[in-house]
Write a protein that binds this ligand. Structure first.
Ligand code: UDP
Length: 350
């Protein structure tokens, strides 16, 4: 185990990818947001993949460290990994020829996008445009990290949510900076696919969690893990009846890599878990059953720091990812919670 992840999870991801990982042989990949929660997994996974390829892949990581962790020390050790401290709202071109661009930079935690709405807009809009221009120059395959938030608060008749659902999204309000800018990012990727014939696709992650989420991430599972460590009650916001589906990080990273490798151009893919759809109150109860009777929870009003105007239900339809990519999440909520809470118990400060 290291501070950012369980090594066994990285091995599991690479093993489950099977021969597909060989498609990265000799490729040059640009990853934006490489020090964020998802980005760090890409770095670890590509590092392990590289060690087993006949022709090594080369990974260049862009990040301005606004919400990630400084990992630049790690990259000194490897000639196939390079870190560049760069804000993607500025154009980037190091003259290298890239085969893949994975645009994962963004401010994804509701607490942080409420705090930094303009930066949130800039990275999803200007940053995406800049990375698309670089992809166009290189004729690189481009994958954009969007979000399940682009569906907003879905009409109950549209659940489970298919990719062709247009959403129910507020253009004003505490989540608008994130939801609307991710929608524009998707539009940009679609325009480059349609008008410039660039290979682009979009990934819509649904509540991904796992080891490596920072203690001050403020999303629900790190918040609950921190409260457990401190012996405080889990705080369930609002009514507690709002639902989510939670996807363990190994399943998610496999899904993301399948989109990068095999996603069709011009398509968007839901990546997550379709079961169980669970209310946040029931999530607190599930955690109590995993950790023990000492865990207490309480229902509270939304704190001012949190964007409360939130989706009532969120549940992905994964059929498209299954049909196009053979994507199938395998880690149950119980198993994922055990892995995450064991990790946070060792790594979060008392
Ligand atoms: N939530 C909660 N307690 C917390 C943090 C979040 O009850 O300490 C709720 C929040 O209201 C939402 C769900 O947990 O219904 C997931 O919130 P998160 O911020 O993780 O991500 P979201 O799905 O809203 O993007």
């Amino acid at each position: 185990m290291n501070k950012f992840c369980n090594n066994s999870d990285i091995i599991e991801i690479v093993e489950r990818l099977g021969n597909k990982k060989d498609l990265f042989s000799g490729k040059r990949i640009l990853l934006t947001g490489g020090t964020g929660f998802l980005g760090r997994y890409f770095v670890e996974v590509f590092d392990l993949i590289a060690q087993n390829l006949v022709e090594k892949l080369e990974l260049v990581i862009l990040d301005n460290l606004v919400s990630g962790c400084d990992l630049s020390h790690k990259f000194c050790d490897y000639d196939h990994l390079k870190f560049v401290n760069h804000n993607v709202i500025q154009p980037f071109d190091d003259g290298k020829k890239y085969d893949y661009i994975i645009h994962a930079a963004g401010i994804a935690s509701p607490f942080y996008y409420k705090k930094m709405p303009l930066q949130t807009l800039d990275v999803a809009i200007t940053g995406t445009r800049n990375m698309l221009d670089l992809a166009l120059k290189n004729n690189a395959k481009f994958s954009f990290f969007s979000s399940s938030e682009i569906y907003g608060d879905p009409d109950p008749r549209e659940i489970p949510i298919k990719e062709n659902y247009r959403g129910n999204v507020a253009c004003q309000g505490p989540r608008a900076c994130y939801d609307e800018s991710k929608r524009v990012g998707e539009t940009l990727a679609d325009i480059y696919h349609n008008y410039k014939k660039l290979h682009t696709n979009t990934i819509r992650p649904f509540n991904i969690y796992g080891p490596g989420m920072q203690e001050n991430d403020y999303r629900v599972l790190p918040n609950f893990a921190r409260s457990i460590k401190k012996g405080l009650p889990l705080k369930v916001y609002g009514s507690g009846r709002q639902t989510r589906t939670f996807c363990y990080i190994t399943d998610a990273i496999i899904g993301f890599l399948l989109v990068v490798l095999n996603g069709k151009s011009g398509e968007a893919y839901n990546i997550g878990n379709s079961e169980p759809e669970i209310s946040i109150l029931d999530l607190a109860k599930e955690i109590k059953s995993v950790v023990g009777e000492s865990v207490k929870y309480e229902i509270v009003d939304y704190p001012n720091s949190y964007p409360g105007d939130e989706p009532t239900r969120r549940l992905p339809d994964l059929n498209k990812a299954k049909e196009h990519l053979d994507y199938e999440p395998k880690i149950s909520l119980n198993e994922g919670l055990v892995r995450f809470l064991n990790w946070s118990n060792l790594n979060y400060i008392d």
